[in-house]
Design a protein around this ligand. Structure first.
Ligand code: AMP
Ligand code: ZN
Length: 430
């Protein structure tokens, strides 16, 4: 059941299925106020899609479109048909919301279950989800996928290494979902506690939600004695379960019966050649409540040419190489520098200049914000300055959802660049 019948369909059949589902998706999307207008403008009707390549005739959808139509302008059904929503992190001012019908949730859970199955997870596995729950899709998304597969599923949530370890031991956990930076940190904690890895039952770690290198994966595998599989997803396309490594660990299969993946030159919008890096553009083929068409993910990657040794015909994505915009990912949370700027500049004591520094403490990425304070507030009184520092830290935490280190500095002490301001410095290595 979890090796889906489409997974090794010959490409022509798979692409025919995609074209059919794209036509159906356009029929559905047309019912939303946003796409009714957008598709009419583009003068494309569902029946104009003859082959999947005709997707190029459709307009793109951007994060700004989602924001402009917040909260419910993209819905293709009446609000009472929806049973869940998630809100994506990392947006200034207006967030973006994704709504799901019960059928959409079922489809999502099945996709995640297929991903898990392709890594070798089975219903006999005990699965501990060590990612945050709440609005972040990595919580409930992975959770329902694992239950769908039939695993005993433990909603551990993020952090609290001591408790995580106890759960791992007490329930003989075999598979975990964990963000890569926390996995490395957690391995350090296991060393500290003197935990013999052979006393654990762990065999698989699903790692994702943030960019990481092959070296980081190898380190997770070595330090936790597991096989680690890269998991890619984004809230706009449900959440996790969009692209996933199979046991071959040679790129992430996109479930092409449920999505159309395209890779474009971000400047021209045209397709790039297989193997060439560009921006990933995704279309839902199996969502009835809020399908998105040609969504610009801003993630940079490439298609891996050729077929995977596992026999699946669904194409594979290379590791995410970066972003086409300035979004940062720290501790799995998306942050735009503009969010930080907005919070700082809304604080009267803050001067004109600031600097965002990313650095690494152990294996964990940290964020430091150096903030210039106006002369009249940069006083000798330590207590006043500490109070101000606390206030700015709290404001930033409210905005970006993680706690940065805040350093107050004197007016004019941050070097100014010629021309475009350099607001972000990345001090992380590797
Ligand atoms: P969110 O919608 O908050 O879950 O964030 C989605 C974003 O997280 C994606 O657009 C990527 O930038 C990033 N992301 C998710 N999974 C991965 C992964 N496996 N590797 C690199 N970046 C990832
Ligand atoms: Zn494969």
């Amino acid at each position: 059941m979890f090796y889906h019948e489409t997974e090794n369909l010959p490409r022509p059949d798979l692409e025919r299925l995609q074209a059919e589902r794209l036509r159906r998706t356009l029929e559905i999307a047309k019912r939303s106020p946003f796409y009714a207008g957008r598709l009419a403008e583009a003068k494309v009707r569902p029946e104009d899609i003859k082959t999947i390549d005709d997707i190029r005739r459709l307009p793109f959808t951007t994060k700004d479109d989602l924001r402009a139509n917040y909260p419910d302008g993209m819905l293709a059904r009446p609000i009472e048909d929806f049973v869940r929503l998630h809100v994506s992190s990392g947006t200034t001012g207006t967030p973006t919301a994704v709504y799901y019908t019960q059928r959409d949730l079922d489809s999502w859970a099945s996709l995640v279950a297929r991903c898990m199955h392709s890594t070798g997870m089975r219903r006999s596995d005990v699965f501990q989800n060590m990612s945050g729950y709440g609005l972040f899709t990595g919580g409930l998304g992975m959770h329902y996928g694992a239950e769908r597969l039939g695993c005993l599923t433990i909603p551990a949530g993020a952090g609290n290494s001591k408790r995580q370890l106890k759960l791992l031991q007490d329930f003989k956990v075999t598979c975990v979902h964990i963000i890569p930076s926390y996995a490395l940190h957690f391995a350090g904690f296991l060393d500290q506690e003197g935990v013999d890895r052979n006393s654990l039952s762990l065999r698989i770690a699903l790692i994702g939600a943030e960019p990481h290198t092959e070296q980081a994966r190898l380190r997770v595998e070595e330090l936790l004695r597991v096989k680690a599989y890269n998991s890619y997803g984004l809230t706009e396309m449900n959440g996790p379960g969009v692209a996933f490594e199979c046991v071959e660990q040679s790129g992430m299969h996109v479930w092409e019966d449920a999505f159309v993946a395209e890779i474009i030159d971000p400047a021209t919008g045209e397709w790039v050649e297989p193997g060439e890096t560009g921006e990933l553009v995704m279309t839902n083929l199996d969502r009835e409540g809020m399908p998105l068409i040609r969504y610009r993910t801003r993630d940079l990657t490439s298609f891996i040419p050729g077929q995977c040794a596992c026999g699946r015909t669904h194409r594979r994505l290379e590791r995410i190489a970066g972003r086409a915009d300035d979004m940062l990912i720290v501790k799995g949370v998306n942050i735009y520098p503009m969010q930080i700027e907005q919070a700082l500049l809304a604080t009267p004591e803050v001067g004109q200049n600031y600097l965002i520094e990313l650095y690494r403490e152990g294996y964990i990425d940290q964020l430091r914000v150096k903030v210039e304070i106006k002369d009249e507030y940069f006083v000798e009184d330590m207590r006043a300055l500490q109070g101000l520092q606390k206030k700015i830290t709290a404001r930033l935490r409210d905005e970006i959802l993680i706690t940065p280190r805040v350093e107050l500095v004197q007016h004019d002490s941050i070097p100014k660049s010629q021309g475009k301001a350099q607001r972000v410095v990345d001090l992380r290595e590797g």
